[in-house]
Design a protein around this ligand. Structure first.
Ligand code: C2E
Ligand code: MG
Ligand code: MG
Length: 566
């Protein structure tokens, strides 16, 4: 026994031991041997023993059990204790003169024996002590191995076991599989944490049984993400069906899983990497009800390599200023002739080998790994410098808005950073506006709303971007701190497809009216759309109808036109 254990063992108070024996003299002898070190409770027959052990299952550290007892014999007590989940972890030392019974007791889960007549006091004390220590160590290991919610392995142990498995069975082809719950965040919000936990527990239990039968292992990696490592060749649909059995009724709507499979995983890759691949495959079928299982294939592999290259090239791109800010005009359409009223700064990457890359390709990637912050700082500075230049040269005050990623909102220095930019370029908050996408608000509402409130207190104007895609509840919208609502371009697309139906747009314009903020419609491409929006009471428009995003010098054309209008 090492001394560290010793100290821990002694420092954590007196353990409780149950001595179950029908003979008073035996109870007294054992009691006197152990009472200095332990709290002792006694039972004089089997029924009393069971009652005590289940009543104090969390506090009893050990049971010393006589086999020959009235009412319920010791063997039966042992059996029932091991059947009851609450008491089965409590170690039992059987005290008996009957050596024949030892094997049966071992089968039933007894951990050790003390013979009658009793050995020396020191021997009894040492055995009791050792048994409690062993059992507590085992419990600690069990807890650190397992996810407390589902009882599945936790991530670290899972990865370690998977690696051990590989070492033993190098030639067995294995699949790395990821399972996620579609819309889990919504389930959490709508039905509450308790219900969501119940769903995860159920999936965990069903998955464990299914995967164990297939000779594999499973774990919960985090939140609603489960991992499975099992021999190649199993029926994926069957795993899905079994894991999600009985989940049909979260408040009436169906809880659905999605799965990503990396078949025949390459064992020369790091184990985490293999599951990242399965996760990428799972992301390709996010919320797709028709096709809930995605596979890691050549196309995904190519995408992954491309993404890796972009990440690798990023530092040089910042250093060499390969990123260029384009500007897209926004027009006020309330007057008879539309008037240029502001612009949006949109970044492009002029990659020396890959040519012009649109932000839709690299922004989501950089949001995943945090590089977005560095990129956004770069774009904000370039934009601020440009506004300053236009102001000085053309004397026109034209507000420009920059995009602020959800990730930026977690930076405690964000407000300070903006303040510095304003100061360095001598700009007012009205000239430099901020666009924050609606989904940021809905993902971590309180944190984001606090930051937005801070920014507004400084004087910044906040435009809510892509409105309609983030699923804000009506309740939430009315308390959101925003100054402008930007209608997502998908609404325009849908409304003007075949059989024009603009009712949704009208509803959103009504919401904006109610909130008393102007609406900007994004993605307006035709005159028909422009006129319809104007008739519905939309205030501003941004889209190809007026112009695509263009480089700064080209954008000056719009400013000069505007100056002439004055
Ligand atoms: P967004 O902020 O919603 O920007 C509007 C997007 O719609 C731009 O795409 C713009 O080019 C496009 N667009 C505007 N009018 C039309 C139209 O009439 N038809 C069509 N089909 N598209 C139109 P872009 O520039 O590719 O940017 C995509 C998204 O990338 C942006 O969406 C924004 O979320 C993000 N983004 C762009 N620049 C930055 C940046 O500097 N920082 C951050 N964090 N995100 C950025
Ligand atoms: Mg935007
Ligand atoms: Mg937008």
């Amino acid at each position: 026994m090492d001394s560290r254990n010793d100290t821990f063992y002694e420092s954590s108070g007196k353990r409780t031991i149950l001595i179950a024996d029908d003979e008073l003299i035996n109870r007294e002898i054992l009691g006197s041997i152990l009472e200095d070190e332990y709290q002792i409770v006694f039972a004089a027959d089997g029924a009393e023993a069971l009652e005590t052990v289940s009543g104090q299952s969390t506090t009893i550290s050990l049971v010393l059990l006589d086999l020959m007892m009235p009412k319920i014999p010791g063997i039966e007590v042992l059996k029932r204790m091991k059947e009851d989940p609450a008491t089965k972890g409590i170690p039992v030392i059987v005290v008996t003169a009957d050596q024949e019974a030892e094997i049966e007791c071992l089968h039933l889960g007894a951990i050790d024996f003390i013979s009658k007549p009793y050995p020396q006091a020191g021997v009894v004390q040492a055995r009791v002590r050792r048994t409690i220590e062993l059992s507590e160590d085992r419990e600690t290991i069990r807890i650190t191995e397992c996810d407390p919610l589902t009882g599945l392995y936790n991530r670290d142990f899972f990865y370690r076991y998977a690696e051990q498995f590989d070492q033993r069975s190098r030639d067995v082809p294995m699949d790395a599989i990821v399972l996620d719950v579609n819309h889990f965040r919504l389930i959490n919000e709508r039905y509450g944490k308790a219900r969501a936990d119940e769903i995860l527990r159920r999936i965990g239990g069903q998955l464990r049984e299914t995967i164990r039968a297939l000779g594999g292992i499973s774990c919960r990696r985090e939140a609603d993400t489960f991992l499975v490592y099992c021999p190649h060749g199993c029926d994926y649909q069957e795993i899905m069906d079994k894991a999600s059995a009985g989940l049909d009724s979260a408040g009436g709507s169906r809880v659905r899983l999605r799965m990503g499979v990396y078949e025949n995983a390459d064992k020369s890759l790091d184990i985490e990497r293999r599951f990242d691949r399965a996760k990428s495959a799972s992301d390709t079928v996010r919320n797709s009800f028709a096709k809930p299982i995605g596979f890691y294939d050549f196309k995904l592999h190519e995408q992954e390599l491309f993404a890796e290259q972009l990440i690798e090239d990023f530092p040089a791109a910042i250093r060499e200023e390969q990123f260029e800010v384009y500007y897209q005009p926004k027009y006020d359409i309330r007057p008879d002739t539309p008037v240029l009223c502001s612009a949006e700064a949109l970044v492009r990457w002029k990659h020396p080998k890959l040519g012009l890359i649109r932000p839709g390709v690299f922004i989501p990637l950089f949001e995943e790994n945090g590089l977005i912050q560095q990129l956004d700082h770069y774009v904000w500075r370039k934009t601020a410098a440009q506004i300053r230049r236009w102001k000085d040269r053309l004397g026109l005050l034209l507000p420009v808005s920059v995009n602020v990623s959800r990730i930026d909102m977690y930076d405690p220095r964000l407000t300070e950073y903006f303040r510095k930019i304003m100061e360095e370029h001598q700009l007012t908050c009205d000239e430099f506006r901020l666009e924050i996408t609606e989904s940021a608000y809905t993902q971590d509402s309180n944190q984001i709303i606090d930051v937005v409130n801070l920014l507004r207190e400084i004087g910044f104007r906040i435009e809510m971007d892509d409105f309609g895609t983030g699923y804000s509840s009506l309740n939430m919208i009315s308390s959101l701190p925003i100054d402008v609502l930007k209608l997502d371009m998908q609404f325009i697309r849908d409304a003007f497809r075949d059989g024009k139906d603009t009712r949704l747009i009208e509803v959103i314009i009504d919401i904006a009216d109610y909130l008393n903020v102007p609406v900007i419609a994004e993605g307006v491409e035709t005159e028909e759309q422009l006129l319809a929006l104007k008739a519905m009471g939309c205030d501003m428009v941004q889209g190809y109808y007026f112009s695509k995003p263009v480089p700064a010098d080209e954008f000056e054309r719009f400013m000069l036109e505007r100056l002439q209008q004055k």
